[in-house]
Design a protein around this ligand. Structure first.
Ligand code: F0G
Length: 364
């Protein structure tokens, strides 16, 4: 296969579950499902694996959605692709858009996007608008631009994006079946717009319908949000049918700094019907989890660490049992947000360029 129409690899290995045989591809998917023995022990569960989506071409799971979504845009012959973004979607759209030879426009909340993500969008040739407003306002505007026919929308409201993201769930199930001969009891994932929650639920429903997965074996979908941006958690806890939009949101995990999770109508039934739940964690708990993953050699951005922080919390409160086999989804790479990583780590120690001085320094 050529690089452009890479068939049978990663996301496209699951073409039977997708609307096309191949897409605009940069070899996305087939990400690692890491063992984390120390974390597994510390949390106290039967098995814990980390599905690290930061190992995709642009460093987040968004690539899985873009390979399908940008293919649709290409087939439709649309002129300009656009998204609102907390950063990762813009990086992926820029890369896949330019690979597919299309113009891209991204709307970012000014001052609230991690440095690595803006650098990617810029270098991959997107036109970047820094909006004086939060992500939810950016998404409102880009939806209006799409409704006026100015742009083709590639946020997770676009159902073709979610088709590609279904493959995260398929890879997790395959990995567990290979290693444990059973699917995971639970999948814990960070929630922003709840696109992944919706996509995984759709993947599992399709498997059940196809007779490939027993209804009772569908993993419990468990969403994690930051305390300062937790409208989904509020809705699940209150057993509400609708999510209340939060106008003021704040968290160090800027990727999930979202007050109006647009896929909630599809994601909430997924959480409820699989017997899952949703939990909110503090920024401190997120950073602690980011450090714990880093100690296992796994570098993730803050939003990603929310999954592990949420699992810790649910295990401590007894919601998660000690006999569970769990997959945590880590959605983006550490280098996406170098400032957060540096703040969570220690400072370098300045020393003179002299071996004896350094030896003396090391004694201290
Ligand atoms: N984790 C990361 C690293 C993300 O970038 C996002 C979403 C999420 C989790 C939430 O995923 O929406 O499927 O619940 N980022 C979007 C963006 C909003 O613009 O990059 P979800």
């Amino acid at each position: 296969p050529t690089f452009d129409d890479f068939e049978g690899h990663g996301v496209w290995r699951y073409a039977a579950a997708l609307p096309f045989e191949a897409g605009v591809s940069i070899q996305e998917g087939a990400t690692p499902l890491y063992e984390v023995p120390r974390l597994e022990d510390e949390i106290g569960i039967e098995a814990l694996r980390i599905k690290h989506e930061g190992m995709n071409p642009t460093g987040s799971f968004k690539d899985r959605g873009m390979t399908v979504g940008v293919q649709v845009a290409k087939e439709l012959g649309v002129g300009r692709l656009a998204c609102a973004s907390t950063g990762n979607t813009s990086a992926a759209l820029a890369a896949y858009g330019t690979r597919g030879d299309m113009e891209t426009l991204v709307l970012l909340p000014a001052g609230k996007v991690a440095a690595g993500k803006i650098a990617q969008a810029s270098l991959h040739d997107a036109r970047i608008l820094e909006v004086d407003g939060n992500f939810d306002a950016c998404l409102d505007i880009v939806q209006e631009l799409a409704a006026k026919g100015e742009v083709y929308l590639l946020n997770s409201l676009n159902p073709f994006r979610l088709e590609g993201q279904k493959t995260i769930g398929l890879e997790i199930l395959e990995g567990f079946l290979t290693d444990y001969d059973t699917v995971p009891d639970r999948i814990v994932l960070p929630v922003g717009n709840a696109g992944n929650t919706s996509a995984l639920y759709k993947a599992f429903r399709e498997l059940v319908q196809a007779g490939e997965l027993d209804e009772d074996d569908v993993p419990k979908l468990t969403g994690v949000q930051a305390d300062g941006a937790a409208p989904m958690v509020e809705a699940i806890e209150n057993d509400a049918d609708e999510v209340r939009r939060w106008d003021d949101v704040e968290t160090r995990a800027t990727a999930i700094r979202i007050g109006n999770p647009v896929n909630a109508p599809k994601a909430i039934p997924g959480i409820r019907e699989t017997g899952g739940t949703a939990v909110a964690v503090s920024d401190e708990e997120i950073t602690d989890a980011q450090r714990a993953l880093a100690r296992e050699g796994i570098g993730v951005e803050p939003a990603s660490a929310a999954s592990v922080a949420g699992l810790r919390k649910l295990r401590a409160s007894g919601v998660v049992d000690d006999d569970e086999r769990v997959a945590c989804l880590t959605t983006g790479h550490l280098l996406k947000d170098p400032d957060a990583a540096a703040a969570a780590g220690g400072d370098p120690e300045p020393v003179p360029a002299d071996t004896d001085d350094i030896l003396e320094h090391l004694q201290q």
